[in-house]
Design a protein around this ligand. Sequence first.
Ligand code: ZN
Length: 243
Amino acid sequence: MRALIVSDIHSNLEALQGVLGDANRRGGFDMVWCLGDVVGYGPDPGPCIELLRQQDLVCVVGNHDYAAIGKIGVEEFNTYAAQAARWTAAQLCKDQVDFLGSLPEVERKGNFTLVHGSLRDPVWEYLVGQYAAVDTFGRLETPYCLVGHSHIPLLCTEMGSVAAFGPFVEDEAVKLGRQRMIINPGGVGQPRDGDPRPSYVLYDSDSGTITRHRVTYDIAITQEKMRRVGLPDYLIQRLSHGR
Ligand code: ZN
């Protein structure tokens, strides 16, 4: 079984199409595991939901998905994110709102637990440091935990009572072993690690490996769409920088 692991698509249809195409060229996948924030920031919330729903999909909910359907208030967001969330909410049909509303906060798939933020705080906590990682290992009931939210690729191994952060090198297969791991595939629709290319992971259950890949897409098309619907310039610009 091969799973395509994606997170933080953020209404960026061109980025999502790029990832699906690239993953297909690399041997394809049987399922898509999505770690939340399907919508928010970008210009194509509805089309991204529809394209995802065409896949054999397991998806958990993110803070931007909740904001788009009014389950959390936008006052907790910064100005740009709030503006985008209000615009997003107005674009969704009832069926799409129901879809986002039906997503669980935590889901299990075999050896993996899927969550947007962390197991302590599924939609809000950024799992980027020792404290959050150790806490999530403490709550984790499967060997591996897949997280998103930070838009930054991450590989973190449990070493006794500490969490060891290592590099998650592009295009290099990582063998999953006995040590438990927290894995962030990086962001699809708005990368924040200084590289504007969408980042994703392919899991292969036969070889027991995960491999992270990046793909290029025509950022200018997405930016032009954002301009046309009046999304904040700050959000348009940051797609070029991956920050
Ligand atoms: Zn996000």
